[in-house]
Design a protein around this ligand. Structure first.
Ligand code: GSH
Length: 259
């Protein structure tokens, strides 16, 4: 592993973010040391905008020294260059892996859209999840402005019945694609875990609700947010996600709250 820099690596996340989970899983699996900063939704926007310098407010974002990289596929590339070769990104299979990564990155927003529609019927649950790692003032601000943040969020993420119906079709198509692929073997590319599997499993994890995940694995999340995903609960694709979590992920991170 190329360790030319004395600076440590920080991963900025939001606790419920599946794109963040993708990078967290990759770092854990590759044994790349990092510390995690779990941000409070809404409060995250300005720091991510400033650090990312891409007119984007998204997590995940990694920082080492003054260097910041935003956007999960760009982070994967950067980690490959800086800490590679990664066992989850064998050079000979890179093209295939990146194609599968792109495919599942594209369902991240539909998955979020699909879960937030029922989720937003449970404001207290959303507020509790959003403020899990907040400082007291962040928590107070988010709770106070929640009646404004919620409609803005719904517009930004297109959480409305028409777009959710489209999201459902897209998710369904990808689940069917995955089922077909899994008939060929346990891993999507090659014969061991790669970024392709990590991406597919992370992005589908909020639907599969693996018990190892500190949020998706809870009874409340499963019932109140992922309830409609029951229609796929027994699909071999989501079963595969849960098995991958059991075999290659294990119990995940519980971050110490900031004081
Ligand atoms: N293409 C980005 C998408 C990341 C993304 O959509 N992240 C969501 C959380 S899952 C987010 O940060 N949403 C808040 C925002 O857009 O400000 C990636 O792969 O990192």
């Amino acid at each position: 592993m190329k360790m030319t820099d004395a600076h440590s690596l920080t991963l900025y996340t939001i606790n419920m973010s599946h794109y963040s989970e993708k990078i967290r899983w990759l770092l854990d699996y590759e044994n790349i040391p990092y510390q995690e900063e779990a941000l409070t939704p809404a409060v995250h926007t300005l720091p991510m905008l400033l650090k990312g310098k891409r007119q984007q407010t998204t997590v995940p974002l990694v920082q080492r020294g003054s260097e910041c990289v935003q956007d999960s596929p760009r982070i994967v590339n950067w980690l490959s260059m800086e800490y590679g070769p990664l066992k989850t990104m064998p050079a000979a299979l890179q093209e295939e892996i990146v194609a599968v990564q792109r495919r599942f990155d594209a369902i991240g927003k539909p998955v979020a859209r699909y879960l937030y529609l029922p989720g937003f019927a449970h404001d207290e649950l959303i507020k509790t999840i959003w403020t899990q790692f907040s400082t007291p003032w962040e928590s107070a601000v988010v709770r106070l402005f929640y009646p404004v943040i919620k409609p803005v969020f719904k517009i930004k993420l297109k959480i409305n019945p028409k777009d959710v119906a489209k999201a459902e079709q897209k998710i369904d198509a990808e689940i069917r694609w995955l089922e077909e692929e899994l008939k060929k073997g346990r891993y999507l590319v090659g014969d061991r875990l790669t970024v392709a599997d990590i991406t597919a499993a992370s992005l589908l994890a909020p639907l599969a609700c693996p018990v190892e995940h500190p949020i998706y694995g809870t009874k409340e999340f499963r019932e109140k947010m992922a309830g409609p995903a029951q229609k796929w609960a027994d699909s071999p694709a989501l079963e595969w996600v849960r098995n991958l979590y059991r075999d290659h992920r294990g119990k995940i991170w519980v971050r110490t709250p900031r004081s």
